[in-house]
Design a protein around this ligand. Structure first.
Ligand SMILES: NC(=O)c1ccc[n+]([C@@H]2O[C@H](COP(=O)([O-])OP(=O)(O)OC[C@H]3O[C@@H](n4cnc5c(N)ncnc54)[C@H](OP(=O)(O)O)[C@@H]3O)[C@@H](O)[C@H]2O)c1
Length: 259
């Protein structure tokens, strides 16, 4: 296998080497497990080393190949060295998934800059730090797939979670711009917008309509990654209809909704 990225159109449904940022739990861990089960060598990135090692251990026990990198995505200066080390250890790169994310739902009357900033730093700036490096590499190699996990929450500015919705709306816009830069070089950028997924992140939420498991989300996300082409994918697809309706609710009505 060469160090050049492998185009998914040349090997449909199959990535040789992948980095998953935010692989210690939830959707990222499920994606890493699914990739490894399909024969992909995966590098797992996150802060909680024990959880990363647990995911990697299960992959190795099942016969797969997994590397672990303990890394905080807000340590932006550390990203280039970590990225290069993982690409070198994997022997190249075909796919990167940015799944790292954090969500704080403020209380009524709570306006907390530090918590808003934390979400922007992880959900948006961390993605930019990691995915710019991947974009440059894939552009030079003329192929590769970038998956960014945004959210249905980024479709409108919601009164219940201003910082989170802003981080995801900005991530969606940035991924679109990235796609528009690199698609001419044969690079796929896939924006994924899940609805509710059963993970630690959603455990405290009271209402979770149409919730799916992390494993089901991982399958749908990897299907979208293999397909490439479509600008953004709702997970599952029926959230696309919800998004359409949400986008067309007039502001004066939307602000009355407890969303
Ligand atoms: N669950 C849902 O309903 C839902 C819906 C739409 C979108 N999403 C998005 O899906 C993605 C995955 O979330 P999840 O539901 O699977 O939640 P999760 O289980 O809490 O996973 C979040 C992941 O992000 C990593 N992470 C958080 N802060 C980090 C940091 N500073 N540095 C490195 N890694 C960091 C965590 O690893 P460490 O803690 O080990 O660092 C963990 O692996 C997020 O972007 C989330 O916004 C989730």
């Amino acid at each position: 296998m060469t160090a050049a990225a492998t185009s998914p159109s040349a090997r449909p449904g199959r990535f040789g080497r992948a980095i998953v940022v935010g692989a210690s739990s939830g959707i990222g861990a499920a994606i890493a497990r699914r990739l490894a089960a399909g024969g992909t060598a995966v590098a797992l990135v996150g802060r909680r080393e024990a959880e990363l090692e647990s995911v990697a251990g299960a992959i190795r026990t099942a016969g797969g190949r997994a590397l672990v990198a303990r890394h905080d995505v807000t340590d932006y200066a550390d990203v280039p060295a970590t990225f290069e080390r993982l690409v070198s250890e994997l022997g190249g790169l075909d796919l990167i998934v940015y799944a790292a994310g954090t969500m704080h739902v403020p209380e009524e009357g709570e306006y907390d800059f530090a918590k808003d900033r934390a979400m922007i730093e992880v959900n948006l700036l961390g993605a930019m730090a990691w995915l710019n490096l991947a974009a440059a590499r894939f552009e030079a190699c003329r192929g590769g797939t970038i998956v960014g996990i945004s959210s249905i929450a980024g479709e409108r500015g919601r009164r219940t979670m201003p910082g989170y919705t802003t981080s995801k709306a900005a991530l969606t816009a940035w991924l679109e711009a990235l796609r528009n830069r690199v698609s001419r070089h044969g690079v796929n950028v896939v924006t994924v917008k899940p609805g509710f997924v059963d993970t630690v992140m959603t455990r405290h939420l009271a209402r979770k309509p149409m919730i799916i498991s992390a494993e089901r989300a991982a399958d749908l996300i990897l299907e979208a990654a293999c397909r490439g082409g479509s600008p953004s994918t709702f997970v599952p697809g029926r959230w696309g209809l919800v998004a359409f309706v949400l986008r067309h609710i007039p502001s004066f009505l939307f602000r009355k909704l407890d969303l």
